[in-house]
Design a protein around this ligand. Structure first.
Ligand code: 5AD
Ligand code: SF4
Length: 445
């Protein structure tokens, strides 16, 4: 029997690391249908847009990208060929059928829980001219997705948990990704072993609420993330472990102790706090206050004194006053972050906060974001500057932008580049000679 006809798929990814991971899985699921990945939509027979719904801006980008793809599709039509357009991810989940009404040239709308059904959706779209699947199926997509076909690189992502039950009042994730689900320990271990066998040396465990992980262990009991990390650290050849994104409430003793006891667990933690005002945190339904967050940070720093911190902040949440905002600046000054992400509050359809009174005017949000980012920038610069002259371990995971350059990451996730002759996959001590805006320059020691 002849093999499948060679076809090409272009996958465009927006949003979080979970989407990056999902896009790789979608490539795997489409491979047996004869689709090989390509880098330009013009070279493809099918385009998949993996979308993000977290803020309005992210969601809007999707429609401009779709406009570009529609033009390619129209051109193909004129040539008598076909071009399939699939929209995946959180905008697909949120808009469903509505998306095909708004952009009728879209063939497939596929929510994040239905990726394993993509082959079926492709067949249905060919047969019926379109297919939409935004169910939260009873089966787990992970049980049906094929094994990763291509090596995932020196530093890889591994999804261990998905969805969220927290319902922060600003956030669409519980609606687009559904309820919290954890993959069983054995499935995670199998995937990690396979990655390491293919040359992966660093794994970042992914989940929308990764530290709420409670997967079924081989002993029939539920394992938390701390226990999972200890088991993963036993894999020969796995040198580094990270995890993201976490919620302060789920930072339990077992996980904090893992930071103390597991050298492979890197001393860098992204722990979003969103605001430094208790009144705002209450209205956000974060279910912790600033004192609780500070206590957690203190425990973490006692467990791992060289731990560097990262966070997410939202400015201009409904009702945020000047003094609420000042409290956020104070929290940042008190803790000191190595880096952080900050956003203007963006009202999302269907969330509680979008209906709240006292929406903050755009110019106030702009001014606050500007001030907050300047403070975070100063802290990041100070953190990077403090590395100058030090020797840090760098795991080299990709070629640099210039010829002869290699790039890697420090334990604190800082990108480091050297001009020395190093192999990808090598872990080398590097002397940091210069701290730049978003990276460090070093010399292999
Ligand atoms: N507006 C602005 N920022 C948001 N985030 C989530 N929802 C919104 C929103 N509606 C931010 C939070 C979260 C990060 C992933 O995105 O800070 O931690
Ligand atoms: Fe969204 Fe994170 Fe809150 Fe869940 S915990 S609702 S993903 S911000």
């Amino acid at each position: 029997m002849p093999g499948p006809v060679a076809k090409r798929v272009y996958i465009k990814t927006y949003g979080c690391q979970m989407n990056v991971y999902d896009s790789a899985r979608m490539a795997d699921v489409l491979a047996p249908l004869g689709y090989a990945p390509c880098d330009a939509p013009e070279d493809a027979d099918m385009a998949v847009v993996n979308t993000c719904h977290i803020r309005e801006k992210a969601a809007e980008k999707v429609y401009s990208e779709l406009g570009r793809l529609a033009r390619i599709k129209a051109e193909r039509r004129r040539e008598g060929a076909t071009y399939m357009i699939a929209v995946a991810g959180c905008v697909a989940q949120a808009e469903g059928e509505e998306m095909r009404r708004r952009a009728p040239f879209v063939d497939i709308v596929c929510g994040p829980q239905a990726y394993h059904r993509l082959p079926e959706l492709v067949a249905r779209a060919r047969r019926e001219g379109g297919a939409v699947d935004t169910e939260f199926p009873a089966e787990s997509k992970f049980d049906f997705l094929p094994e990763a076909s291509a090596p995932q690189g020196v530093a890889a992502f591994l999804s261990v948990q998905e969805g969220c039950d927290k319902f922060c009042t600003f956030c669409v994730v519980p609606y687009t990704r559904g309820a919290e689900v954890s993959r069983p320990v054995a499935a995670v271990m199998d995937e990690a072993l396979k990655l390491v066998g293919q040359g992966t040396r660093e794994i970042t465990l992914l989940g929308q609420n990764v530290n709420a992980y409670h997967g079924l262990g081989p002993d029939g009991k539920s394992w938390g993330l701390g226990r999972l990390i200890r088991a993963l650290a036993g894999i020969d050849g796995l040198w580094r472990i990270r995890y993201t994104t976490s919620h302060p409430l789920d930072m339990d003793g077992e996980l904090i102790e893992a930071h103390r006891d597991v050298p492979a667990l890197m001393p860098f933690l992204h722990l979003p706090v969103q605001s430094g005002s208790d009144a705002v945190l209450r209205r956000m339904n974060r279910r912790h206050d600033t004192a609780g967050y500070l206590r957690t940070i203190e425990r973490l720093r006692r467990a791992r004194p060289d731990l560097a911190l990262s966070s997410d902040f939202i400015v201009g949440f409904p009702g945020e006053t000047d003094s609420d905002f000042e409290a956020t600046l104070k929290l940042i000054a008190d803790i000191g972050f190595a880096q952080a992400f900050s956003f203007k509050y963006s009202p999302r359809p269907g969330t509680q906060a979008a209906e709240m009174a006292d929406q903050v005017p755009e110019d106030v949000k702009d001014a606050r974001l500007h001030q907050l980012q300047a403070l975070l920038r100063r802290q990041q610069d100070a953190f990077n500057l403090a590395c100058e002259g030090r020797v840090v371990e760098v795991l080299f995971d990709r070629p640099g932008r210039r010829r002869g350059q290699s790039m890697g990451r420090s334990p604190w996730l800082q990108p480091v580049h050297v001009n020395d002759d190093v192999r990808l996959g090598e872990l080398r001590p590097v002397r940091i000679v210069k701290s730049l805006a978003n990276s460090l320059a070093g010399v292999a020691a």
